[in-house]
Design a protein around this ligand. Structure first.
Ligand code: AMP
Length: 425
């Protein structure tokens, strides 16, 4: 079958790599793709910010399955439009994707269905804010309602800072666009775990858990990024906790969405905080996470495309996901200056030597091809992922491969997995 993957990041490269391994796939098209995906698939241009552009492409290519990688096309309703035109597409509808695209919607949904999450208030003006911030002890969490590419959450050390942060979101000073509503939230402490599941709207199939590293600096310091590294081990969630999350968070969310006539199909990403009171939902995403997907798919032994088709066709209960035991890790290399302004266009060397290390895959995030040479093309440039019998081995391989790669201004964190290694020396 012919499959089309929309998007151009490390997540999409990892999806393309997993799709390529499926015996079902005879033709793989990525749009727009990147310098790394071009080695696996035919890359064709598309504007993932334009429904018209994506529909035109799908009408021309006529894939038997379209997989939507990023959140932007989901928020624009690409799944609804493609389904109306009779195409098979993996991902949630615009209304279902509101679990990610509106944090206010997600919080109200969680409360309606008694799914554990931090206490919150949704504010639309300054008076409501003043009252809301008094309900919480600092640090106070202030969140933009809409999509903010990881920049919409502010942890405020005082009441005054929370008011200023919220004012910045309302006025548009912080994110560019003016927020109509702002969420003020209780600060939770604990270990963060990313719990992703495939769902056909009724059944839920969990992926292996992962933990990501959002801050740019070692020791989890400095500004937030799209993610500087991630690892996956089963021990992130012991079997009892995993069952609990499945029965008290993932399944009730999928059932709640179906009961409210907005069935959710695709990937439900539950961002969890494992607090002393148990797991609580920090956020939902309506798609595969990046870089989580890079580490997670390294451990998938069964056929991803078969599972995605089962989601689209409403028969996920017939499919079983099989995972390799052990661990995987992904370390991201970024351009100097990221997450601030950065230069691009620098040649990348050592990719072949890195890929030769056993158990290693290099997935490109922001790269381009210039006269046959792979060059940097974004803030996050590439991710080196590796599997191992345990986390130490996976990280050792990833860092060994990373040492082979070079480009001007290359930066990566050397402490990915440090929290797990500290607790399990
Ligand atoms: P979100 O986009 O909502 O996942 O938030 C991004 C990051 O902010 C999370 O991964 C957490 O590290 C942090 N965060 C969000 N909400 C809270 C909260 N209520 N308490 C503590 N940290 C939070």
């Amino acid at each position: 079958m012919k499959i089309l993957i929309l998007g151009s990041g490390g997540r999409e490269h990892a999806l393309a790599w997993a799709a390529k391994r499926s015996p079902r796939v005879t033709e793989l098209v990525c749009a727009p793709g990147n310098g790394g995906m071009a080695a696996l698939a035919r890359c064709v241009p598309v504007n993932v910010g334009s429904v018209e552009s994506m529909v035109e492409l799908v009408e021309a290519e006529r894939p038997e399955l379209t997989v939507v990688g990023p959140e932007l096309p989901l928020s624009l309703g690409i799944v609804d439009v493609l389904k109306e035109r009779g195409f098979r597409v993996f991902g949630p509808t615009r209304e279902a994707a509101m679990l990610e695209t509106s944090k206010g919607f997600a919080k109200r949904f969680l409360q309606r269905h008694a799914i554990p999450t931090a206490g919150y208030a949704i504010c639309t003006n300054h008076e409501e804010l003043e009252k809301a911030v008094d309900r919480f002890h600092p640090p106070i969490v202030v969140k933009a309602d809409g999509l903010a590419a990881g920049k919409g959450v502010l942890i405020c050390e005082s009441r005054q800072m929370a008011l200023e942060a919220a004012a910045g979101l309302f006025s548009g000073v912080l994110l560019g666009a003016k927020e109509q509503q702002v969420i003020v939230e209780e600060f939770l402490t604990g270990e963060e775990v990313s719990f992703l599941c495939l769902t056909d709207g009724r059944h839920v199939a969990p992926l292996v858990p992962a933990q990501d590293h959002k801050r740019i600096g070692e020791g989890d310091t400095g500004p937030n990024t799209g993610g500087m590294g991630v690892y996956s081990t089963d021990s992130l969630l012991d079997p009892g906790m995993r069952e609990w999350v499945l029965h008290h968070i993932a399944q009730p969310t999928v059932k709640g969405m179906a009961d409210e006539d907005t069935p959710f199909t695709g990937v439900l990403y539950c961002g969890l905080m494992i607090t002393a009171k148990g797991p609580q939902v920090l956020e939902f995403n309506a798609r595969f996470g990046d870089p989580e997907t890079q580490a997670i798919l390294m451990r998938l032994e069964s056929d991803l495309v078969e599972a995605m088709e089962a989601c689209v066709d409403g028969r996920l209960s017939e499919t079983e996901l099989r995972w390799s035991p052990g661990a995987s890790a992904c370390v991201i290399a970024s351009s100097a200056g990221y997450p601030g302004s950065h230069k691009t266009g620098f040649p990348i060397g050592g990719l072949d030597a890195a890929a030769r290390i056993p158990g290693v895959e290099v997935f490109h995030s922001g790269t381009a091809l210039k006269d046959g040479q792979v060059v940097t093309g974004g803030g996050r440039v590439l991710g080196v992922s590796a599997t191992g019998e345990d986390l130490q081995q996976a990280l050792g391989r990833a860092y060994e491969a990373m040492a082979e790669i070079h480009f001007e201004g290359m930066y990566y964190r050397r402490d990915i997995g440090h929290r797990a290694l500290k607790t399990k020396p």
